[in-house]
Ligand binder design. Structure first.
Ligand code: G1P
Length: 292
C-alpha cells in the first residue's frame, strides 16, 4: 500500500476567473464540499496517511480547511447546532498534512520536484488538485494503480481515460505497448496535435512514482513556456528501460476536471444531483426548469 501522496495546488486558476481572483480553484464548492476535499477523501480511502500539498500564493484557505477548528466546534455545541458537527468529520481523516510552496510557476514537473524530501525512498501518489475521480466500485483508481505498481514492478503508473480526438491537445497522451485495462506504456507526449496523437488515452490526473522520477525531472528541459513537464520525465522513465504502466478508468468511473468554467458547471450539477439529502430536490427543480 502507498502511504504518501503529493497534491499540487499551486496553479493560478486563470481559466476560472473571476471566481478564482481571491480564492484557490481547489476551494471552489462542488455541491457541499470544496474540490480538494473530494481528492483528500479519495486518497484517505486509498490508504494514504501522509499528504504534501504543493501550494502557492493565495492558497492558505486550503491549509485552514484541513486544520481542526476547535473554536468552531465549541461554538456549534454552545449554540445548539451540534447536528452540524458531523459536517466536520473529514477533519479526522487520520491524514497527516504537510505544506510547501512553489514560489515560481515553473510547471507541474517542478511542483512535483518540491516533494523530493517528503517522498524520501518511498513510492508516492501524485493526485492533481483540480481533478475529482468518482469511483462507484470498492477499489479506488489509486488502489488499483498501487496493485499494478507492485505486481508489475513498475517505476511509474499513470491513470488514463479515453477522450474524444478533438480533446487530445488538452492532455498528456500515452502510446500503449500492450493491450488491456492495465497495460505497458511505450511512450507519451504532452498535449499533441490531434493528427500527431499516438492514441486517445489521456493522462487522468493520478500517478504513482518510484523516487527515480526526481532524478529524471531534474534533467527535463523547460518547454517553450518555461515549464518543466511531468510528462517529459515519465517519457524518460520509458526510455530508460524501466516499466511504466497505464491503468484505464472503468466505464462507470468518471473524472471531473475543475480546470474550466463549463466543466466546473457540469461537475457542480452532477454532484448536486447525487447529494443524498438534497439531490432529489435539485432534480425536481431542474426537471421543472427544463420543461418550462
Ligand atoms: C496536466 C498534465 C497532463 C494531464 C492533465 C490532466 O495538464 O500536464 O499531462 O493530462 O494535467 O488533467 P494541465 O491540465 O495542468 O494543463
Amino acid at each position: 500500500m502507498i502511504r504518501k501522496a503529493v497534491v499540487p495546488v499551486a496553479g493560478l486558476g486563470a481559466r476560472l476567473l473571476p471566481a478564482t481572483k481571491s480564492q484557490p480553484k481547489e476551494m471552489l464548492p462542488v455541491a457541499k464540499k470544496p474540490v480538494v476535499q473530494y481528492i483528500v477523501e479519495e486518497l484517505a480511502q486509498s490508504g494514504v496517511r501522509q499528504l504534501l500539498f504543493i501550494t502557492g500564493r493565495g492558497k492558505t484557505s486550503i491549509e485552514n480547511h484541513f486544520d481542526r477548528d476547535q473554536a468552531l466546534m465549541d461554538h456549534l455545541r454552545q449554540t445548539n447546532k451540534g447536528d452540524l458537527l458531523a459536517e466536520l468529520d473529514f477533519e479526522q481523516s487520520g491524514l497527516h498534512f504537510w505544506y510547501t510552496r512553489q514560489s515560481v510557476q515553473r510547471g507541474l514537473g517542478d511542483a512535483v520536484l518540491h516533494g523530493e524530501a517528503f517522498a524520501g525512498n518511498d513510492p508516492f501518489i501524485v493526485a492533481l488538485g483540480d481533478s475529482i475521480i468518482r469511483t462507484p466500485g470498492d477499489a479506488t483508481i489509486c488502489e488499483r494503480m498501487a496493485a499494478a505498481y507492485e505486481e508489475r514492478g513498475a517505476a511509474a503508473v499513470i491513470a488514463v481515460e479515453e477522450v474524444p480526438r478533438e480533446h487530445v491537445s488538452l492532455y498528456g497522451i500515452v502510446e500503449p505497448a500492450t493491450d488491456g485495462g492495465v497495460f505497458t506504456v511505450g511512450t507519451l507526449v504532452e498535449k499533441p496535435r490531434p493528427e500527431e496523437a499516438p492514441s486517445r488515452l489521456a493522462v487522468a490526473g493520478r500517478y504513482i512514482f518510484a523516487p527515480v522520477i526526481f532524478d529524471l525531472l531534474r534533467r527535463v528541459a523547460p518547454d517553450a513556456c518555461g515549464e518543466i513537464q511531468l510528462t517529459d520525465a515519465i517519457r524518460m522513465v520509458c526510455e530508460s528501460g524501466r516499466r511504466v504502466v497505464g491503468v484505464k478508468l472503468e466505464p462507470a468511473e468518471k473524472r471531473y476536471d475543475i480546470g474550466s468554467i463549463p466543466s466546473y458547471f457540469e461537475t457542480f450539477i452532477d454532484f448536486a444531483l447525487a447529494d443524498p439529502d438534497h439531490g432529489g430536490r435539485v432534480r425536481d427543480y431542474l426537471t421543472a426548469l427544463l420543461r418550462a
